[in-house]
Design a protein around this ligand. Sequence first.
Ligand SMILES: *Cc1c(COP(=O)(O)O)cnc(C)c1O
Length: 361
Amino acid sequence: MTNFTVGPVQMDEETRRIGSEQIPYFRTQEFSALMRENEALLRALFDAPADSRAIFLTGSGTAGMEGGVMNFFTHDDKVLVVNGGSFGHRFAELCAIHEIPFTEIKLEFGKPLTKEILSQYENLGYTGMLVQLCETSSGILYDMNIVGDFCERNGIFLFVDAVSGFLADRLSMKEMHINAAVTGSQKALALPPGMSFTVLDGTAVSRCEKTRPRSLYFDYQMCLKDGERGQTPFTPAVGTLIQLNARLRGIEKSGGISAMNRAAKERADYFRRRIAHLPLRMFVAPENASNCVTALCPARPDVGAHRIFEILKDEYGIWVCPNAGEYADKVFRVGHIGHITQEETDKLIAAFEDLARRGIL
Ligand SMILES: *Cc1c(COP(=O)(O)O)cnc(C)c1O
């Protein structure tokens, strides 16, 4: 199978080779040194300030979202949640569960967050904001410069879910006034699923010292303390952290974050250019589309998006990403993250062309 989903994605050969090895014991100097290097490399890739720290949580991206909500906010906060799709909705659910007062900014699915929309929330006493970098359900990339300026002006603590956008789209904690950002192992890092990585600036670290989450596993203060000696409170996904180390070193060696962003853009642009002649419409305006994924609608109303997903899987050996709920039959997505070659992208385009020839598309 060729995998064009948004995660788990295809892993490179080195990641798979490490995955085939025995898992070492981890309460050692050697593993601590590897973890300290992981932290330094991640902080650099998030373009985080000098006093920033990283948290390595064994739990998928959602665990990182939940841990952030629990450790950065209390009942005394007043949080803005950008809800433009299923991941924005998840932040709202997390605030409700943890009884963090919040207001949702509900966006039309696939539509951008504009200055005009945000201007309605100026000077209203909000203390926190939760937003995706890329809302993966529609593939929209939010303008983090607009969001960051708004938060800075209003003294708002900004926590960004960059689970899918990290490495594919531009992210700078320093320039975008981001206090904390989270990513996951199975998206553009192209590791096995099951871990989330959060980078915290000094403000986020001091928030963790004040909040008292009613949880042992999600106690970030404890994670930060153990992290000082390159350890985690509980047994982490040790193998994934070793794969992370190799991956982060590889990224640094091949030009760092700007080279990663550039390659992601080239890959997304190539795909979008090459399907322009097909009866498929980009769901998000190209200028607002993330480099990590392209959401597509069949141009003909009688063609179901879910059927395209099924046929590609069963007859062509290709996974694209179906949508859920209301959009299940209107939209499907093609991911551009992970170890995908141009030949594989060409194979997907040829499959679309074949579907058009067969009258299915
Ligand atoms: C994938 C993803 C997550 C995390 O999902 P998990 O299934 O918990 O790993 C969170 N936010 C966004 C934007 C994502 O794309």
